[in-house]
Design a protein around this ligand. Sequence first.
Ligand code: GDP
Length: 318
Amino acid sequence: MGVDTTATLDRARAGDARALGRLLSLVEDGSPQLRSVIKDLLPLTGQARVIGLTGAPGVGKSTTVSALVGAFRAAGRRVAVLAVDPTSPFTGGALLGDRVRMQDHATDDQVFIRSMATRGHLGGLAAAAPQAIRVLDAAGFEVILVETVGVGQAEVAVAALADSVVVLLAPGLGDAIQAAKAGILEVADLFVVNKADKPDSHQVVRDLRTMIALGHHEPGDWKPPVISAVATGGLRDAGIVELEHALDAHWTWLRSSGELERRRRERAREEITALVFATLRHRLAASNVDVLASRVADGTLNPFDAAEELIAEHVRSR
Ligand code: GDP
């Protein structure tokens, strides 16, 4: 069944969470309607700040996101949270449903929280998450927090989605050396050392500052701040308001330095590339590749010519 996009989008912009949920389901399901939906809402996008939060499981991402939502709400902003798992794009329903920890904001209609899976989506999360962000942007959220769920290289993947990347560490979980190995020092715009109520958090802060100092920073470059936080500690004196202010400062820098445009162009490029590959893979599956494969296998056709033949036949077809 089709969705009346214009009416649904109008309702979503007016704060109707169910209408918004319906649009996000189109993204999640990789609906054929998605293309026209995105086309319709494109003129309404570009206003939101996209903030990615990442770090090893257990560092306190969820808790920090919930606290940060509180800080942005106190500043009067509409906030959306998208929880995504970049490492397992086809997990189905595992991530669906609002997370219990986010229920601090369940009664606030200016806060929207959604976990996202991309079951069967053309191009997986790399192609789907940017569309979900567009939908939330068009729906009028000023701040979109993208929280990664999951393990492994999830840390780096979120950088491809966000204007500002917050990397969380905590004593005993994802220390500075592990972070360096995973390549996340380079993608972080801000560091949060969470669980500052634990004694060894000072060591994490010290190690991190040493590593940042080793990096090369030109004058005018953004130097990632290291913020100690107790995400479970409420808003006052727990580093969360400081994080919000540091994010505001980063946003100002992004705009004044030209870095925002650069990052958004780079993201658009990644997005187009993901869609091209996904489309090609899809068309390849529907092509005469098996016939060609038999000829390559029995030695009557070389694989280079087979590849050329497929590209010639399918790249331009619709
Ligand atoms: P995530 O897996 O990164 O999303 O981590 P969670 O937000 O679920 O937090 C993991 C655990 O750490 C939970 O039991 C939280 O209550 C706890 N936690 C989060 N922040 C803090 C903190 O600042 N101090 C302490 N002591 N525990 C925290």
